[in-house]
Design a binder for this molecule. Structure first.
Ligand code: HEM
Length: 393
């Protein structure tokens, strides 16, 4: 059998029986009075999922060469990752009770392909979002539940729009922030951020809290590959969001808190995104460029672009508040509050206990909003200086 044929057969299984088995299991769990009850339910479906996937994986592993071009290798990595994430979701593996993954073949395949691509050996957000190739209108997912598809689609739209905004700001770096032609790029960034606000609002209104919490989110838990535990994917695993942070100047690459976060997420990004982020870390932020020519604040050429810059910052701050105070609160914090302490374990994609994760997400929100906080690096005062210099006289 050719490399591509085995990889294609696995892909067909992931897009077909895998989705049907997960969907049926979700329906069975959700019918229980305790929606969080997974153990002892649908055991034969779980065994089918585990064993059918295993046959594909053993075939691919024997073949030894999964690197039939980036696209094919990336796709195999995503498919093994979806398989392992589903086994984690159905409690066929749980990093808290194991020292190594009970699925050595899947681990070997994921490690081999992941290392050859320069990515973490698990599925990443790009597998289900920006690089989730649809066949006849159907993109990959764990289940065919309406709420999972809504979540995937709106996440993808949000990521695409944030990438558009980041692209536009990156082009400004090469023009200089006071270049008159930068006006079209600021306008593109503004439109793109307004789009993100709209997509997130739609998600907020249309996603069912219970379905998301009990049937979608559990596929994003950490799991072991070989000996090591890898955190789950989240919609932030693309470089565009951090390019916006750095280009606007709201977060800085010499801030150890922020840069730890960048280093942690590098391997969850596509190699092309990793390269973009590295390059972006070498640029001077637009805010610092503007502050550097503040003595010209009275000139028309400074004013127009500086005002456009501030509008982009405001929209970005609104996005950050909406993500944290809207989406995270409604779909994770509130439903988690009703769970016991032990059920709260393993709730988050990155692994730390929920209150710890929430605090770190709060810090990010406040950096992006340039909040007046003295206990963390915030550009509040710098933005105030800029606003003050631009006040109508
Ligand atoms: C139901 C909707 C959503 C919920 C409940 C949610 C929740 C979360 C949580 C809990 C994290 C932290 C991940 C972890 O370590 O466990 C996170 C990270 C992140 N999410 Fe979301 N999210 C949602 C949708 C989105 C969307 C649509 C976007 C982009 C348009 C997005 C962008 C991000 C980003 C950029 C991060 C990384 C942290 C950061 O840089 O802010 N999220 N999200």
């Amino acid at each position: 059998m050719q490399v591509s044929t085995r990889a294609e057969a696995f892909d067909r299984w992931i897009r077909g029986p895998f989705v049907e088995l997960n969907t049926e299991l979700e329906e069975q769990y959700f019918r229980q009075a305790d929606h969080a009850q997974v153990e002892g339910i649908g055991d034969s479906l779980k065994a089918t999922l585990r064993d059918e996937g295993h046959v594909h994986i053993v075939g691919l592993l024997k073949e030894g060469n999964t690197g039939d071009g980036f696209r094919s290798a990336f796709n195999v990595l995503g498919n093994v990752g979806l398989y392992l994430a589903a086994l984690r979701r159905h409690e066929l593996t749980n990093p808290a009770r194991e020292e190594r993954s009970p699925f050595p073949e899947a681990s070997s395949l994921a490690l081999h392909v992941g290392a050859s691509l320069g990515m973490a050996p698990r599925f990443a957000t790009s597998h289900l979002a920006t690089h989730n190739q649809a066949i006849d209108g159907v993109r990959k997912s764990f289940t065919s539940l309406r709420d999972e598809l809504l979540f995937i689609d709106e996440n993808t739209r949000g990521i695409l729009a944030l990438q558009t905004a980041a692209d536009a700001l990156t082009r400004i770096v090469h023009l200089g922030v006071t270049n008159p032609a930068a006006d079209v790029l600021f306008a593109t960034a503004k439109r793109a951020l307004e789009d993100v606000l709209q997509f997130n609002q739609r998600l907020f209104e249309q996603l069912d809290v219970q379905r998301f919490f009990y049937c979608v989110r559990p596929y994003y838990k950490p799991y072991r590959v070989g000996r090591l535990e890898y955190r789950g994917a989240n919609a932030g695993d693309f470089s565009g969001i951090n390019e916006l942070d750095l280009l606007l100047g709201l977060c800085r690459a010499n801030d150890p808190y922020y840069t730890n976060l960048l280093v942690d997420k590098m391997s969850f990004m596509l190699p092309a995104d990793q390269a973009r982020l590295r390059e972006c870390m070498t640029f001077t932020s637009l805010l610092d460029e503007l502050l550097g020519s503040l003595e010209h604040a009275g000139s028309g050429w400074f004013r127009a672009n500086a005002l456009a810059f501030l509008e982009v910052c405001d929209l970005f701050g609104q996005y950050a508040a909406q993500h944290h105070d809207g989406l995270v609160k409604r779909f994770i914090e509130d439903p988690a509050a009703g769970l016991s302490k032990s059920a709260q374990q393993g709730l988050t994609a990155s692994g730390p206990p929920l209150p710890v994760l929430l605090r770190s997400l709060e810090v990010l929100r406040d950096m992006r909003m340039a909040a007046p906080r003295a206990d963390m690096p915030s550009r509040h005062e710098d933005l105030q200086r800029l606003r003050f210099a631009l006040r109508p006289v």
